[in-house]
Design a protein around this ligand. Structure first.
Ligand code: RB5
Length: 155
């Protein structure tokens, strides 16, 4: 399974420990940057990772910024992306199990490396439960499709 991983300068301190954890568990990592502390704009990295996941070039995404929130908001603009910004294991697990989330967003100004790896482990260990949750995920994605159709009609 391939993980598209992106971060901004604020998220950079968490990238290495999280990538190490992914690789130690046998996941392939596609590192989309950034690679240092020079200030960059997080939406560009969210877009890269989101597009890669949406196109099937990666199976899942991991995005890290200061809070996780800017990355999640940005990635969720892309069709097919269900990005969540979470800071503890229960929400990470439920985001996979119930929401079939495909991009995990973490905040390096919220979590230290130990806690972040813990959240990632919970995410990786969980599986989408399908059933009634499948219907709800489909409803979620239909809202987006409906808004896109509406925008097209208005042009
Ligand atoms: C960068 O200063 C910070 O705004 C960014 O990393 C992120 O937290 C935004 O959501």
């Amino acid at each position: 399974m391939r993980y598209a991983v992106g971060c901004d300068h604020a998220g950079y301190p968490l990238k290495e420990p999280l990538v190490e954890e992914l690789e130690a568990r046998g996941y392939e990592v596609i590192d989309l940057g950034t690679g240092g502390f020079a200030s960059v704009d997080y939406p560009a990295f969210a877009e890269r990772a989101g597009r890669l996941v949406a196109s099937g070039g990666a199976d899942m995404g991991l995005l890290i910024c200061g809070t996780g929130t800017g990355m999640a908001i940005s990635a969720n603009k892309i069709d097919g992306i269900r990005a969540v910004s979470v800071s503890e294991s229960f929400s990470a697990r439920m985001a996979r199990a119930h929401n079939d989330a495909n991009v995990l967003c973490l905040g390096a100004r919220v979590l230290g490396p130990g806690a972040a790896v813990d959240v990632l482990r919970a995410w990786l260990a969980a599986e989408f439960e399908g059933g009634r949750h499948q219907r709800r995920v489909e409803m979620m994605m239909e809202i987006k499709a409906c808004l896109d159709d509406q925008a097209e009609d208005e042009t």
